[in-house]
Design a binder for this molecule. Structure first.
Ligand code: HEC
Ligand code: HEC
Ligand code: HEC
Ligand code: HEC
Ligand code: HEC
Ligand code: HEC
Ligand code: HEC
Ligand code: HEC
Ligand code: HEC
Length: 392
């Protein structure tokens, strides 16, 4: 009875309101209100226990470092205001939440021989609250290197100081590049002088830093066929963005013109016919460089200078001579001034082909019309009989 009452009256505003309210309460109740509340309940983590003040009674002071077997120092002083300001300090992640093996003094002896191994030992600790990032690094190039025992590969604490880490949103984008620079200094020095790097260091966030091209936790091997063949879209992601490029007066035609060009045509075809193979045709960075990309107008190395363009071509077309680049239309769609011959031939076809097709269409249509009319004329007396007309 009740059921049929509800069914029959569901449209009544009062009932509908109650229904929505119940759904709303259910939704709010099922949603975690704060990351902290959720993460701190992780069963792997011991919370509470010894208060920070107890640890800091020794660790707030500048004490001599202790040395690991490798001779590397462990600095024991924790900067109290910095820790308090860190994302972990702010979220009440206490010392012993992470250092759960320490319950008093003296501490258990440190057995890891190097700082690399010492930090490696904490991945499991981070995993309790940041499983997503830990999983992402597993198959990354750095993750694979760690599994192989590479002493120089980074684990979480190499890139994130757990005692001072701010919220990532509060970090200046150029600082991400500085994190990578600790170990990839050669590339960073090159990048700093590039058109992208220079702009980034001036605070421009429209340009790519290391992580925009490589990713962060799931960095893959950039020398694979997959990376190379899809790199064009990585560059084009920004370089076809009208609003972004308008600020710098740069053409957004670079992808369209590239795809239309033989190099682009070949790579699109290549991806379909030979998946997994490295294409030998030119991708954006074969001509422009990678970490050392310069403005095309750079007088020393810019590609708008013919000799520079020629030497870029000669990497793959060793026999190319001075006139070779002229056979290429660059990224620009031909216009009257740059490539008059190509422009007019193109225009000619643009007019000729629609005209021919148009005339043919008119011809065919008129022919069909004529045929239909002739056949109608033949059929009329047979189909329409006077009796049927009368019924209507
Ligand atoms: C009485 C002073 C004192 C107190 C209190 C103290 N520490 Fe230490 N801590 C030291 C000294 C000294 C070292 C140098 C290594 C050693 O002697 O074990 C050290 C080393 C460390 C290290 C680096 C070596 C390792 O074992 O990993 C960590 C981490 C650490 N302490 C964390 C803590 C935490 C967390 C607390 C609070 C529960 C704490 N300490 C309380 C004095 C202290
Ligand atoms: C979010 C987890 C986390 C919290 C919270 C944390 N630590 Fe650490 N701590 C680490 C990791 C990871 C390392 C190793 C990283 C490294 O050596 O750079 C470390 C290293 C240390 C060391 C060895 C010296 C060093 O910097 O390598 C000391 C001493 C230390 N912690 C004390 C403390 C004290 C005291 C607190 C509380 C005020 C604290 N830690 C809070 C994760 C944490
Ligand atoms: C007990 C849980 C816990 C542990 C263990 C822990 N963290 Fe965190 N971490 C947090 C919480 C909570 C935040 C704040 C998240 C937020 O507000 O988005 C945070 C924030 C961060 C952030 C900034 C995230 C952002 O969105 O800006 C980084 C980076 C980070 N942690 C790294 C680490 C590393 C590295 C370790 C291991 C050494 C570690 N954490 C261990 C709980 C933890
Ligand atoms: C090679 C350096 C590097 C390593 C190794 C690394 N991170 Fe990060 N991580 C970064 C950078 C840079 C960012 C900020 C980039 C961004 O958000 O685009 C970041 C962001 C984060 C964030 C914020 C949320 C997010 O995904 O952007 C968390 C949480 C985090 N890292 C945790 C970890 C943990 C846990 C580990 C260990 C498994 C780890 N990171 C290893 C460089 C690193
Ligand atoms: C603690 C050191 C360390 C840090 C920090 C670090 N890397 Fe690495 N990375 C390595 C090592 C070691 C290799 C192995 C190859 C090598 O020696 O260059 C590697 C390899 C790579 C590779 C693959 C190279 C290849 O030839 O296949 C890329 C891409 C890379 N890192 C990008 C980054 C980016 C981006 C960052 C910053 C978010 C970063 N790395 C931070 C140590 C580091
Ligand atoms: C505009 C995109 C882009 C940016 C920005 C960028 N990279 Fe790369 N990186 C690439 C490409 C593409 C390759 C592949 C090169 C190849 O095929 O050999 C590469 C290759 C690499 C390699 C491995 C090959 C080598 O030359 O050793 C490392 C390591 C690397 N990058 C690190 C970095 C670091 C660190 C930064 C920041 C300072 C950075 N990259 C910024 C696109 C980029
Ligand atoms: C075969 C070599 C080659 C390839 C491949 C190539 N470019 Fe270019 N690019 C050039 C040359 C040469 C110029 C300078 C043209 C001129 O000024 O005449 C240029 C100019 C540019 C400019 C400056 C445009 C402007 O408005 O001044 C950008 C941006 C650019 N290319 C991005 C790309 C991107 C993105 C790709 C990949 C989709 C790409 N290029 C592929 C050779 C190439
Ligand atoms: C995250 C967005 C982004 C990505 C990804 C990106 N670029 Fe850029 N690029 C820019 C911006 C923004 C500028 C303008 C910088 C300035 O002038 O200060 C620029 C400038 C350039 C210029 C200089 C144009 C001129 O003549 O002034 C070239 C060439 C270029 N990029 C090529 C590439 C190539 C090749 C790739 C891929 C390997 C790439 N870019 C990836 C955003 C991007
Ligand atoms: C990374 C290697 C590479 C670079 C750099 C390169 N090309 Fe090519 N190019 C190729 C390959 C491979 C083909 C053959 C594509 C096909 O057969 O479909 C090709 C084809 C051509 C063709 C078609 C005619 C022919 O010879 O087959 C022209 C024209 C051409 N490239 C011009 C240029 C110019 C101009 C530059 C410099 C601005 C340049 N290429 C840079 C690899 C490259």
């Amino acid at each position: 009875m009740k059921r049929s009452y509800l069914l029959a009256n569901w449209r009544k505003p009062g009932l509908l309101l109650v229904f929505l309210l119940v759904i709303g309460i259910f939704f709010l109740a099922s949603k975690p209100t704060h990351v902290q509340a959720e993460t701190l309940q992780s069963p792997l983590i011991q919370t509470g226990g010894i208060p920070n003040a107890e640890c800091l009674s020794c660790h707030a002071q500048a004490t001599e470092p202790v040395f690991l077997q490798s001779g590397e120092p462990l600095f024991l002083r924790i900067d109290v205001p910095m820790f308090g300001n860190s994302v972990h300090g702010r979220n009440s992640v206490t010392c012993v939440t992470c250092h759960s093996n320490i319950t008093g003094f003296p501490h258990p002896e440190v057995t890891t021989p190097t700082i690399h191994d010492y930090r490696l030992g904490y991945i499991g600790v981070c995993a309790a609250c940041h499983a997503e990032q830990v999983n992402a690094t597993q198959d990354s190039i750095h993750g694979q290197l760690l599994k192989q025992g590479n002493q120089f590969a980074p684990s979480c604490a190499d890139c994130h100081d757990p005692h001072t880490q701010p919220l990532v949103e509060e970090v200046d984008k150029s600082e991400f590049a500085a994190v990578c620079a600790q170990c990839h200094n050669g590339i960073y020095e090159e990048y700093k002088l590039s058109v992208h790097g220079k702009a980034l260091l001036e605070g421009n966030v429209d340009v790519p830093g290391c992580v925009d091209c490589h990713g962060v936790h799931s960095i893959s091997d950039p020398t694979t066929a997959e990376f190379r063949n899809s790199s064009v879209y990585m560059c084009a992601d920004c370089h076809t963005d009208e609003t972004k490029m308008a600020k710098y007066g740069l053409s957004t035609n670079v992808l369209t013109s590239y795809v239309a060009d033989f190099h682009g045509t070949t790579i699109s075809l290549f991806e379909k016919t030979e998946p997994g193979q490295k294409s030998n045709t030119a991708v954006c960075y074969d001509c422009h460089g990678i970490h050392n990309i310069l403005s095309v107008d750079d007088p020393q190395k810019g590609l708008a200078v013919k000799e520079n363009m020629l030497s870029a071509c000669q990497k793959c077309h060793p026999d190319a001579t001075t006139n070779f680049p002229s056979s290429w239309l660059s990224h620009y769609m031909p216009d009257k001034n740059t490539y008059p011959l190509v422009y007019y031939v193109d225009l000619f076809y643009k007019i000729l082909i629609p005209s021919v097709l148009g005339i043919m269409a008119i011809f065919i249509a008129s022919d069909i019309y004529r045929r239909v009319r002739t056949s109608r004329r033949k059929l009329v007396p047979v189909e329409v009989t006077p009796t049927e007309e009368g019924k209507e």
